[in-house]
Ligand binder design. Structure first.
Ligand SMILES: [Zn+2]
Length: 158
């Protein structure tokens, strides 16, 4: 008997800048071509699917598009202080100061813009969308890869 079925999507991503602070030091500003993959688990519906691949791809593309070609900044870092003042966003780290156009910046509800935290935010946002319309979906596993050698995965139950 089939207990649960899942579908998997990959090949969707976004390009963004970031830097992570660690132990009082910050990385240099740099970017990644992030790749996102997702696994949706649940019961098969009357059309023989967990969820239409196209539906997941569309939602994931829209979420990634919001982050594409932006500088991602953490709202809750202990080391990276952000002050958004109209058109300018000023960023202070223990050893650097930056000023960015506010329209190029996205401040996320994370402590650091690590792959783990980005995966969590994306999984939660996708979860909010799916929870409303797809009661047969039980779990989302979502990975964010910074490169082919490093990825972070979170699993959330709906
Ligand atoms: Zn990085």
């Amino acid at each position: 008997m089939v207990k649960e079925t899942s579908i998997e999507i990959s090949g969707i991503g976004f390009s963004a800048g970031h830097f992570v602070s660690e132990g009082g030091k910050c990385e240099r500003l740099h970017g990644h071509n992030y790749q996102v993959s997702v696994r949706i688990s649940g019961e098969i519906n009357s059309q023989g699917m967990v969820i239409d691949f196209r539906v997941i791809k569309e939602h994931l593309r829209l979420l990634c598009k919001e982050w594409d070609h932006r500088l991602l900044l953490p709202a809750y870092s202990s080391q990276i202080k952000i002050s958004a003042r109209g058109e300018k966003t000023e960023v202070k780290t223990p050893d650097r100061e930056y000023s960015f156009p506010s329209k190029d910046v996205l401040i996320l509800d994370v402590t650091e813009t690590t792959a783990e935290e980005l995966a969590r935010i994306l999984a939660q946002r996708l979860g909010e969308i799916l929870k409303q319309n797809f009661p047969n979906v039980h779990q989302i596993g979502l990975s964010v890869a910074e490169s082919i050698t490093q990825r972070a995965t979170v699993v959330i139950d709906l």
